[in-house]
Every structure is written in structure tokens, then in C-alpha cells.
Write a protein that binds this ligand. Structure first.
Ligand code: PMP
Length: 391
């Protein structure tokens, strides 16, 4: 019998090609503890790689009275009073009629687009949208046009020329872009959507819990929540739990419950996860302490770099390097300096834009951020000296 190696030699060849391009990935066991991370070699590093923006994810919980498993999908026996209560609270938090939970943010994004964008519809999707949104487009029978990143003019002219050909048009964007840390021009997109009778669908994965007066996201900060038909969020980043959610009019939520395969055919979230998420959302709504701590760290980082404070203080800071090997080398140098900053490579980001992605957290101290700023300056200096393409 052929060995696994020879039976799957085509896969092995592809992996080898990834390795030589500096694009091979592997699973590395790491232990997270507050703002630090311990790798398998026992090295303790300051963690600038997680999406735990408010520092909730590593906190221990004592909600042991709640069941661990949900036992089935939501429409069978997997929907409990915990799920129901969180949805009521989410709808209130997000100022909408209704909410529904998904097993992950990925399932929420991919399933919602695939379900709501139907035959005869058009999806206008930002070129830097996350894989979960891209996969939703691929699963949908609607036509899709990718528009250049944040290009409202392109969206407007496409709608002007093509709106009449489609039953419904969806404008699909992240609010805070996960790998670039920039913000979509949501007010302008809403204006164009309203002018041409299109619908907005916004993924707030990296903004939920972080931005807006009560932490609901960029749509709240811009006071446009009522103008965005469908908003998607995740419980797995700033909320520090797990799972995804969609908030929209009741009829949209009812439609998803009846038609959305990633919601219907997967075991629902564990009640313990749901309760923890609900607790955190309550805390985020009533206290700005963690958001304020995070904002201080972000402001400190920008001040150190002499850059203007942006309109929104976003905890994601990309340092675009270019080639994969250079990004990996920069990440390794930072690790040697006691800092974990992941190298993000294609296909997560476009070819030629491999980067370091810094994520700040309320857990970081002023000293952590100073060390990061010092080390980044040092790394860029060294890499430029080596003929690298650091900007
Ligand atoms: N949307 C965006 C923009 C994301 O960055 C991610 C996660 N990286 C998701 C959706 C998926 O969320 P989750 O991790 O909860 O599946």
C-alpha cells in the first residue's frame, strides 16, 4: 500500500512550495495569560497578537452552574433561556428589533450573506473584506462585484449603471478592517445606498466592544445603526468569549432562522459561553474603564510614532513589510526582544503586503507599549540596513 507521503505527494509538494515562499503555517501550542504569551519553548513574551482588545479572554470564570454543552443545534434542543436572554440583550445593546447567535463569527458572516443575498441580487464587496465575508459571497447565488478598498465613488457609479438589473443590492463591508486597522467610509456608503435603494451589511467584528459611546461599534459611533440593515458581530474578540451574532429587523432574523445553513446545521453555542458573553456585554455597556485603558495605550503608541491621533482609536496597527520572509524575520527579531507580534502573510493579506500586525489590549501597560515602540524602531532600522523593503 502506498504511504501517506506518496499518496498525497501533490499535497506535500504544495506545502513545500509554501515553505520556500515563507508562507507555510503550522499550529503552535501557546499559553495565554493576561497580556503575555508563553510559547512551547517556555519563553514568556508580551502578547501583541490577540484580538482580546479589552483583556477579557484570559480571565477565569466561575459560572460553573451553567451546562457546558448545548447538546444540539438551535432548532432542535440547543436553544436555551441563556441564548434567548443574550439575544434580547444584544438587540437592546445594538438598538435593533432582533438578534440571533451563530457558532462563530465566521459562520455568522458566511451564512448570513449566503442566505440573504439571493438569486437576482448583487453584492458589492470591499476588496479587503475578511475571508468569512468572501466565503459568504462565494456561497451566495447573487452576482458579486469587488470594489477597490473604501472606494465610494466606484460603488456609486456601479449602482448608477447597474442598479436596475438587480432585485436587491447589498453593500458589504467590515467597519474596522481586520488586517489594516482602517475604517470603512460608512456614512458615505449609507448615503449612496439610500440614493440607489441598496442595503448595507456591515461586519463589526473588530469594533464590537471597542468603539461607540456604549461599545456597540462604529455604526453607533457614527449614529448610523438605523441605516444599516444587517450588522454582524463576534463574541470572540473584544467580548473575550466565543461565537457570532447578527442584529437586524425581526423579519430578517426570522428568515435566517429558517434558511441560514450555518445557523441551522451546527450545534449551538455552549450556554456557559453565552452567559460569559452576556456578562461582558453588560459590563461594557455600563463601564468605560477597559475601553478607556485601551484608548490610552493606542494614543500612547501613536504619540510615540509622532502620528496624528486618528478619528477612531483602533487597536490594530499594521506595519506593512512586503515579502513574507522579511515579515517572518521581523517577527522573529521581536520575539528575541520578548515581544510576540505575528507576521501576517498572503492569502490573509494581498501578495507583496506581508506585515506585522500589532494588536493592543487594555491589558497592556504603558511600559509594554514603550517596549514595543522601541523594538519596532530597532527592527525597521535593522531591516532597512539589510536592504529590506520596509516602508
Ligand atoms: N469578521 C472579521 C472581520 C474577522 O476578522 C473575523 C475573525 N478573524 C471574523 C469575522 C470571524 O469571527 P470569529 O473568529 O468569531 O469566527
Amino acid at each position: 500500500m502506498a504511504t501517506g507521503m506518496s499518496r498525497f505527494s501533490d499535497l506535500a509538494t504544495e506545502l513545500e512550495a509554501l515553505r520556500s515562499d515563507g508562507r507555510l503555517r503550522s499550529l503552535v501550542p501557546r499559553r495565554l495569560d493576561a497580556a503575555s504569551i508563553q510559547d512551547s519553548g517556555g519563553h514568556r513574551l508580551i502578547n501583541f497578537g490577540s484580538n482580546d482588545y479589552l483583556g477579557y479572554a484570559t480571565e477565569r470564570v466561575t459560572t460553573a452552574s451553567v451546562a457546558i454543552g448545548s447538546s444540539a443545534s438551535a432548532l432542535v434542543t440547543g436553544w436555551s433561556e441563556h441564548h434567548q436572554r443574550l439575544c434580547v440583550e444584544l438587540a437592546d445593546f445594538e438598538s435593533t428589533e432582533a438578534a440571533v447567535l451563530f457558532p462563530s463569527g465566521y459562520a455568522a458572516c458566511s451564512g448570513t450573506i449566503a442566505t440573504l443575498a439571493r438569486e437576482g441580487d448583487l453584492i458589492l464587496s470591499d476588496s479587503l473584506n475578511h475571508a468569512s465575508l468572501i466565503d459568504g459571497c462565494r456561497l451566495s447565488p447573487a452576482q458579486r462585484i469587488i470594489y477597490p478598498h473604501r472606494d465610494v465613488e466606484f460603488v456609486q457609479s456601479t449602482l448608477r449603471d447597474n442598479r436596475h438589473r438587480f432585485a436587491r443590492v447589498w453593500i458589504l463591508t467590515e467597519s474596522v478592517f481586520s488586517m489594516d486597522g482602517d475604517v470603512a467610509p460608512l456614512v458615505e456608503l449609507c448615503e449612496v445606498a439610500e440614493k440607489f435603494g441598496a442595503e448595507m451589511m456591515v461586519d463589526e467584528a473588530h469594533a464590537t466592544g471597542v468603539l461607540g459611546p456604549t461599545g456597540s461599534g462604529v455604526c453607533e459611533a457614527l449614529d448610523i445603526r438605523h441605516r444599516v440593515a444587517v450588522r454582524i458581530g463576534t463574541l470572540s474578540k473584544a467580548i473575550g468569549s466565543q461565537g457570532g451574532f447578527v442584529v437586524a429587523d425581526q423579519v430578517v432574523i426570522d428568515y435566517l432562522v429558517n434558511r441560514c445553513r450555518t445557523l441551522i446545521y451546527s450545534t449551538s453555542l455552549a450556554p456557559i459561553i453565552v452567559d460569559v458573553a452576556a456578562e461582558r456585554i453588560r459590563e461594557i455597556r455600563t463601564s468605560t474603564a477597559r475601553r478607556d485603558a485601551l484608548a490610552r495605550r493606542i494614543a500612547q503608541f501613536h504619540e510615540r510614532h509622532g502620528s496624528h491621533l486618528p478619528q477612531f482609536l483602533i487597536p490594530i496597527i499594521p506595519i506593512v513589510i512586503g515579502e513574507c520572509h522579511d515579515a517572518l524575520a521581523a517577527s522573529t527579531r521581536l520575539r528575541d526582544a520578548g515581544l510576540f507580534v505575528p507576521a501576517i502573510r498572503p492569502p490573509t493579506v494581498p501578495p507583496g503586503t506581508a506585515r506585522l500586525r500589532v494588536s493592543l489590549s487594555a491589558h497592556h501597560t504603558a511600559e509594554d507599549v514603550s517596549r514595543l515602540a522601541d523594538a519596532l524602531g530597532w527592527v525597521s532600522h535593522r531591516m532597512l540596513a539589510n536592504g529590506s523593503t520596509l516602508p
